[in-house]
Design a protein around this ligand. Structure first.
Ligand code: SF4
Ligand code: SF4
Length: 446
C-alpha cells in the first residue's frame, strides 16, 4: 500500500513537472515574440526596485489595510508552502514527518508558525472574497468595467476559494495527525513527543468521536488533498492572472528606469528630423536602411517587456480606477489593454499548439482586440503607470498602437490632424504663425 502511494506520488510530481515545463516554454516563447530591448543596465538600481516593489510590496501600501492584507496572503502562502518540501520528501520516501525526529523544538516552532500564517491566509482570502462579491469594490464590477467578464471574475473567485481549501486541508491534516499521535495509533505513536500545534489543536475536538480507521483515512485524505492541490495550483497559475506571484519579480527588475513622462522617441524619425533641420549631417558612406513598421499593429511589434507586462498583470484595476479617460466615461481601460495583449498572446499560443508554429490566424492586436476609440482616448497622463503595483506600463502599448494607426494608416481624429499640420507649419500646436508668437508682449507695460 505504501509503495503504491509512493509510485502515485512520484507520478503526480513527474506529470506536474512535465506540464509546467511545457507551459513555461510556451509563455517564454510568447514573450520572445516581442522586439528586443535592453533592460539590463544599472543592475543595482533594478535590484533595489525589485526588492522594494515586488518583495516589499511598496506600492500596495498606499492603502495600508489592503496592503497589509495582501502582504499576509503573499508571505503566508509562500512560507506555508515551505512545508511542501517535507511533504514531497515524505511522499517520495514513504516517511511521515521526515524532519520531526531530527529537528527537536525547531519542528513544532516551524509548524506553529506555518499554522498561524495559514490562518492569516484563510481569513484574508475570505475578506477578499467578501470585498469582491459582497461589498463589491467598484473596480471589480462588470457593470462599470466591461473587461471584468465572467472568466476574470471566476478566476479570482477560484483562486481565493482554492487557497482557503488548501489552508483548511493543512490545518485539518495537522489536527487529525495530532489526535492519532495522542492516541498512539500505529507509526503515529513514534512522533508523540512533537505535541499539538497552536491552531489545529482547536480543531482536534471535532475528531473526538471518530474511530482510528476513520481518522487515518481523514489524515491521508487531507495530506493528499493538500499536496495535489498545490501541484494543481502550480499548473493553474500559468493559465491565470495569478502568474504575477512569480512574474512580479522579473517584471519589476526590468522596470523602465527613464523618468516618468519621458516618451520614447522613434530613432528613425528623430534622425530624419535632425537631417531635415540640419542638426545632423548625412553620412555618405552609410547604406540606407528601409525603416521598419512605425508603431505596433500586433504583439510582434511590441517589445518583450511589453509582453512580459501583459503576463504580469494582476487585473487589479488600480490603473483603470486612476485613469482620467475611464473616469470620465471613455472607452479606454488600461487594465483591458493589458488583458487584451495577454489574450492575444494566449490565442497565438493556442494556434501554435493546434496548427503548428507557423500558424497565422490573420488577427491583430489593434483592430481585433483593441479599438482605435480606446487608444485615442488616452491623455498620456501616466496615472496608470504610477498606480501599477508591479510596474507595468500600459501607456507604452497604447502609444505604439497609436503610432501605427497614425503613421502607417494615416488615421487620426480630424482635430489631431489639424494639430499635426500646425506643428509642421507653425512649430506649435496652435494656428498662429511663428512670427506672431510674441504679439502678446505688445500689450505688456503699455
Ligand atoms: S496614460 Fe492614458 S491609459 Fe494611462 S491613466 Fe492616463 S489616460 Fe489612462
Ligand atoms: S496594469 Fe497594473 S494596475 Fe493595471 S490591472 Fe494590471 S496589475 Fe493592476
Amino acid at each position: 500500500m505504501l509503495i503504491l502511494q509512493q509510485i502515485l506520488f512520484v507520478a503526480a510530481l513527474a506529470a506536474t513537472a512535465w506540464v509546467l515545463t511545457r507551459r513555461i516554454g510556451l509563455i517564454r516563447r510568447a514573450i520572445q515574440l516581442g522586439r528586443p530591448e535592453n533592460r539590463t543596465d544599472r543592475p543595482n538600481e533594478r535590484l533595489n526596485i525589485m526588492l522594494r516593489v515586488a518583495f516589499g510590496q511598496k506600492k500596495m501600501m498606499t492603502n495600508v489595510t489592503v496592503g497589509l492584507m495582501h502582504f499576509v496572503i503573499y508571505v503566508g502562502f509562500i512560507i506555508v508552502n515551505i512545508e511542501v518540501l517535507e511533504i514531497a520528501l515524505d511522499g517520495i520516501f514513504g516517511t511521515h514527518r521526515l524532519f520531526a525526529p531530527f529537528t527537536g523544538a525547531v519542528y513544532p516552532f516551524l509548524i506553529n508558525t506555518f499554522e498561524i500564517l495559514a490562518l492569516g491566509v484563510w481569513i484574508v482570502c475570505a475578506v477578499f472574497l467578501i470585498r469582491r462579491f459582497v461589498t463589491k469594490v467598484p473596480r471589480f464590477q462588470p457593470e462599470r468595467h466591461r473587461e471584468m467578464t465572467r472568466w476574470p471574475r471566476t478566476d479570482a473567485a477560484l483562486i481565493l476559494t482554492f487557497e482557503i481549501l488548501l489552508m483548511t486541508a493543512f490545518l485539518t491534516w495537522n489536527a487529525s495527525d495530532s489526535v492519532l499521535r495522542e492516541r498512539g495509533v500505529g507509526h503515529y505513536n513514534e512522533l508523540k513527543g512533537v505535541g499539538n500545534f497552536v491552531i489545529s489543536q482547536f480543531l482536534m475536538p471535532l475528531f473526538a468521536n471518530w474511530s482510528d480507521t476513520a481518522l487515518v483515512v481523514c489524515e491521508r485524505f487531507m495530506w493528499w488533498f493538500h499536496i495535489l492541490g498545490i501541484l494543481f495550483f502550480a499548473v493553474y497559475l500559468t493559465y491565470s492572472k495569478h502568474l504575477h506571484i512569480v512574474l512580479a519579480f522579473p517584471n519589476t527588475y526590468f522596470s523602465d528606469l527613464k523618468p516618468k513622462g519621458e516618451i520614447k522617441n522613434m530613432p528613425e524619425i528623430t534622425k530624419e528630423v535632425q537631417l531635415a533641420l540640419g542638426i545632423m549631417q548625412a553620412d555618405p558612406n552609410e547604406t540606407p536602411v528601409e525603416p521598419g513598421r512605425f508603431g505596433a499593429r500586433d504583439v510582434r511589434d511590441l517589445t518583450w517587456k511589453n509582453l512580459m507586462d501583459a503576463y504580469s498583470c494582476t487585473e487589479c484595476g488600480r490603473c483603470t480606477a486612476a485613469c482620467p479617460a475611464n473616469i470620465t466615461g471613455k472607452k479606454l481601460s488600461p487594465r483591458k489593454i493589458m488583458m487584451d495583449t495577454r489574450d492575444r498572446l494566449e490565442d497565438i499560443q493556442q494556434g501554435w499548439q493546434q496548427n503548428g508554429p507557423d500558424y497565422d490566424d490573420g488577427k491583430t492586436l489593434l483592430g481585433d482586440y483593441i479599438t482605435a476609440e480606446e487608444i485615442n482616448a488616452c491623455t498620456t497622463c501616466q496615472a496608470c503607470v504610477q498606480e501599477c503595483p508591479v510596474n507595468i506600463n500600459p501607456l507604452e502599448i497604447i502609444l505604439q498602437l497609436r503610432r501605427y494607426k497614425i503613421m502607417e494608416e494615416a488615421q487620426a481624429p480630424a482635430s489631431w490632424n489639424a494639430m499635426f499640420s500646425n506643428v509642421e507649419n507653425n512649430m506649435a500646436p496652435w494656428k498662429f504663425s511663428p512670427g506672431d508668437r510674441f504679439n502678446w508682449a505688445d500689450q505688456v507695460n503699455k
